[in-house]
Design a protein around this ligand. Structure first.
Ligand SMILES: Cc1cc2nc3c(=O)[nH]c(=O)nc-3n(C[C@H](O)[C@H](O)[C@H](O)COP(=O)(O)O)c2cc1C
Length: 203
């Protein structure tokens, strides 16, 4: 099994360190009780005003018609590898509160729910890979998603597979090191782009 633990600057929880986004999936279904745990983890994410603006449409390979319906919304590049994932989930954001006011944090909260789902997946030995490259309009039509909801992201879920199963190009990316901006580029204090003194030792 490919492992790509994050080379962190400071210690983090093992689940955060070991999570990564594979494109190679094993030909093995995900147990329904595990899927339910993932969705339960998503449900218990925090959200602005506890509005819980997340909705999910799920499709598994056990139902090829429904699986292909969701797969067909992905752009060609993503279909190329995502077609091996046993589970696809479309995450949808509810954009307004019940009083009609815009929820500026709807996508933020959907992201929180997805990270809960992904960390739970990691804890259960599963992996997930999020996808922005899909046709939101097509998804809206396929599922009759009302205009006050916005398709956000598709997530592939499954057990990690053999990188050798991937096409040229993707295989190399699967094995490439994981990289991040250093904390000194993203954590400021006092004014914009002024590196926080708590990072003094990192500068
Ligand atoms: C919202 C979102 C959209 C993404 N869209 C795509 C995508 O369309 N295709 C793809 O191959 N990877 C996609 N990714 C995966 C990222 O490229 C990946 O998370 C990033 O390179 C960091 O790698 P890691 O998750 O293994 O740490 C997406 C990730 C996120 C969070």
């Amino acid at each position: 099994m490919t492992e790509k633990p994050a080379p962190t600057q400071y210690p983090v929880h093992e689940l955060i360190r070991s999570r990564w986004s594979p494109r190679a999936y094993a030909d093995r279904p995900v147990e329904t009780d595990k899927l339910l745990s993932l969705l339960e983890a998503a449900r218990w994410a925090p959200s602005s005003f506890n509005h819980q603006p997340w909705r999910f449409i799920i499709a598994t390979k056990e139902n090829p018609t429904e699986y292909n319906r969701l797969l067909s919304t992905l752009v060609e590049f993503n279909q190329g590898w995502a077609k091996n994932a046993p589970v696809l989930i479309l995450a949808v954001a509810k954009l307004h509160f019940d009083d009609g006011k815009l929820n500026r944090h709807a996508f933020h909260d959907v992201g929180l729910a997805l990270e809960n789902l992904i960390i739970q997946a990691t804890a259960l030995g599963l992996s997930a890979h999020q996808i922005a490259g899909f046709q939101a309009d097509q998804a809206r039509k396929e599922y009759g998603i009302p205009s006050e909801y916005e398709p956000s992201t598709v997530i592939t879920i499954g057990y990690v597979g053999d990188p050798q199963s991937l096409a040229d190009g993707l295989r190399e990316r699967e094995l490439a090191p994981r990289i991040r901006k250093p904390l000194t580029e993203i954590v400021f204090a006092q004014k914009w782009e002024n590196v926080s003194p708590i990072l003094a030792d990192s500068v």
